[in-house]
Design a protein around this ligand. Structure first.
Ligand SMILES: [Cu+2]
Length: 353
């Protein structure tokens, strides 16, 4: 029955289309085909012009509406460069956009079909082709060149005094690890990841660099005017560390650490004053569709003075001590604990099955 209706509807649709086509054909014959075509031509030419004018008004209106509502001043040193690059790109492509669109629609209107003139046949001009190939090529090379220079800067070596923070994305949230006083992140291994044993990052406890590493979730603290290098990874799928206020972003790829560095220019408090929003926070968003909880991957970045940061860090306990409350020196014991942990898991699984 359903199939019958579908076929019937399709058949009717076809019939109606056919009849309309036939009817307009008759109308054209009655009115004179030539005349009908010319009239349609005029209407189209006028509508193209109207589209141009309305479109340009729309562009202007959107720009006015959104002015000042986007992110505001970039809050990092690299952000200033990236914004500048963006504005130069928008200016150049904007000028080209306006010229080409106005020319396109104005010509379509001005040179619509007319009995008074005939189209001029002009198939080829090497000089013209050369000019409009070479100029855009040079302009784009310069723009891409700037992009590449900034990219190498952002992903290249951070200054020696840079702070290091490890950022790990997961479904759905962010984890951070600070290297502690030694300034070195201890080694980790994904099979060691076991939040039940207080090892959410998978740290290898035998590595002494791990003993002062501090681990936390959802909130990252940075020092104003001090470069920071983020070492980025993921526990499951590809996420993306999006720091829109700093104009920074980098994919978080499982198994392949990525890095970027920048220097925050303003503390959270200063930014609150600048934006006039008392509850301003720097946001860390996931810029990669990573699953159904993607929308909830909002982290917070707190930028503060060195003293505030020191006080905050002093209140944190290294993860090694969280995992080994009674044991700060005996590395042998922690190793045994890890081996036992590794063996007990599969056994538990078999008994469950
Ligand atoms: Cu994500």
């Amino acid at each position: 029955m359903q199939t019958f209706f579908i076929v019937a509807i399709l058949g009717l649709g076809f019939l109606i289309t056919f009849q309309i086509a036939k009817a307009s054909e008759y109308v054209a014959v009655l009115r004179g085909e030539e005349k009908a075509r010319k009239q349609t031509n005029r209407v189209n030419a006028f509508m193209l012009l109207a589209f141009l004018i309305l479109g340009l008004i729309g562009v202007y209106y959107c720009n006015e509406e959104l002015k000042g509502k986007i992110l505001g001043e970039p809050a990092s040193d690299h952000g200033v460069l990236i914004d500048r690059m963006l504005y130069i790109t928008i200016a150049i492509t904007g000028i080209v956009f306006i010229i080409t669109q106005v020319a396109l629609f104005w010509f379509a209107f001005k040179y619509q079909e007319s009995d008074k003139r005939k189209a001029y046949y002009y198939p080829h001009n090497n000089k013209l082709e050369f000019i409009w190939t070479v100029i855009p090529a040079i302009a784009l090379t310069v723009l891409v060149g700037f992009g590449l220079i900034y990219w190498f800067k952002v992903t290249g070596n951070a200054p020696k005094d840079a702070m290091i923070v490890e950022v790990t994305g997961k479904q759905f949230g962010w984890e951070f690890r600070y290297p502690g006083k030694d300034g070195v992140l201890g080694k980790k291994y994904f099979k060691n990841i076991d939040p039940a044993k207080n090892n959410p990052a998978g740290q290898i406890w035998e590595d002494e660099f791990n003993h002062d590493d501090v681990w936390m979730e959802q909130e990252m603290h940075l020092v104003v005017n001090r470069p920071v290098k983020l070492v980025i990874g993921s526990k499951d799928v590809i996420h993306d560390v999006g720091l829109a206020h700093f104009r920074m972003k980098m994919d978080a790829v499982p198994g392949t650490p990525t890095t970027m560095w920048f220097t925050p220019k303003y503390t959270t408090k200063e930014m609150a004053e600048k934006t006039g929003k008392a509850n301003f926070v720097y946001e860390l968003s996931c810029d990669q569709m990573c699953g159904k909880g993607h929308w909830g991957m909002r982290g917070v970045v707190v930028v503060e003075t060195q003293e505030e940061w020191d006080a905050w860090m002093a209140s944190k306990k290294p993860q090694y001590l969280v995992a080994h409350p009674a044991d700060t020196t005996a590395k042998k014991d922690s190793m045994i604990g890890r081996i036992q942990g590794g063996n007990s898991q599969p056994r538990m699984k078999t008994s469950n099955n």
